[in-house]
Ligand binder design. Structure first.
Ligand SMILES: Cc1cc2nc3c(=O)[nH]c(=O)nc-3n(C[C@H](O)[C@H](O)[C@H](O)COP(=O)(O)O)c2cc1C
Length: 136
């Protein structure tokens, strides 16, 4: 099966607490399992940064659903590529459980705040690799 990876970011419509985000990740995890979707979700500075990987059809279909979800807005597609292998083969939707370190943020964002819509496609990909190193 050809694997596609899609990374997007968005802004939550209301400020969420960690339990809200955990519930969202849990709901996503259950749905993704049936569709062989893997990936991770990060919520920080009221922004979502999510990677989804799977067949092109499932990835496209899910992104369409997610982009219509009223819980967030200002959705921006950051990266969309066919890839050789999954980065998160054992996570149907892994949740980044703590804030990324300030050091990581400082290296990617000039103003030292997590503003993912400023990332280029290759920066988004590299940022994802770093999250994997740190949290998974
Ligand atoms: C930030 C965010 C991330 C989401 N991630 C996923 C996901 O990985 N998988 C999923 O099935 N739904 C995800 N959802 C929920 C979808 O937008 C949508 O509610 C859900 O897919 C509807 O599923 P249904 O058509 O089976 O009812 C996410 C929603 C938000 C706001």
């Amino acid at each position: 099966m050809r694997i596609f990876r899609l990374i997007y970011c968005s802004r939550a419509k209301k400020v969420l607490n960690f339990d809200d985000v955990k519930d969202l990740a849990k709901e996503s995890m259950q749905k993704n399992e049936a569709k062989a979707i893997s990936g991770i979700l990060l919520y920080s500075n009221n922004q979502f940064f999510q990677s989804i990987e799977g067949s092109q059809e499932e990835v496209n279909e899910l992104y369409l659903k997610i982009s219509q979800d009223q819980r967030h807005g200002s959705i921006k597609l950051l990266y969309y590529e066919q890839v050789n292998e999954r980065l998160f083969p054992s996570w149907n939707m892994g949740l980044v459980q703590t804030e990324p370190s300030q050091d990581l943020i400082n290296r990617y964002f000039e103003h030292c705040k997590f503003v993912p819509n400023l990332l280029s496609p290759s920066q988004a990909e590299n940022f994802l690799y770093e999250l994997k190193e740190m949290f998974f």
